[in-house]
Design a protein around this ligand. Structure first.
Ligand code: 5GP
Length: 125
């Protein structure tokens, strides 16, 4: 069920629980501002979720409210994770779903990093 991105941040969402260590994750990367872990239901051979540690509902919320150092750390971490996994040469895809039309299900900003095989068309027609 897509979330309503205009609602306040829900501290009980699944990624908030992962950040608090209440639920496990298969961690790929972590720094002061960012956590990345493997998607529990991968849609490609590599499917990593990159999230800010701050409480942001969506890309809209993050881009409007996050301090510049958090935004810089997040953007750089996404690139670093892909580089360190050797994904630049074969290529990869980034995706952020926002709200109902985007199909966002977890109300904590996350970037999907897909890779590991040709990913096909950007959207199905
Ligand atoms: P969205 O549709 O919100 O962009 O994507 C949410 C993603 O979170 C989905 O790809 C889903 O498989 C993933 N996901 C949901 N619950 C969990 C979980 O508990 N652990 C992990 N690692 N991924 C999850």
């Amino acid at each position: 069920m897509p979330i309503d991105p205009t609602l306040p941040y829900d501290e009980s969402n699944i990624f908030a629980r992962i950040l608090r260590g209440e639920l496990p994750c298969s961690r790929v990367y972590e720094d002061d501002h960012v956590l990345a872990f493997n998607d529990i239901n991968p849609l490609s051979p590599t499917h990593v979720l990159v999230i800010p540690k701050g409480a942001y509902v969506s890309w809209d919320d993050f881009s409007a409210r996050a301090p510049d150092p958090e935004i810089a750390a997040f953007v750089r971490a996404v690139g670093l994770i892909a580089r360190e996994a050797g994904l630049v040469d074969p290529g990869y895809r980034l995706l952020a779903n926002v709200g109902a039309h985007g199909g966002q299900e977890v109300p904590h900003l996350h970037i999907h990093l897909f890779a590991g095989a040709p990913l096909g068309p950007m959207l199905s027609r």
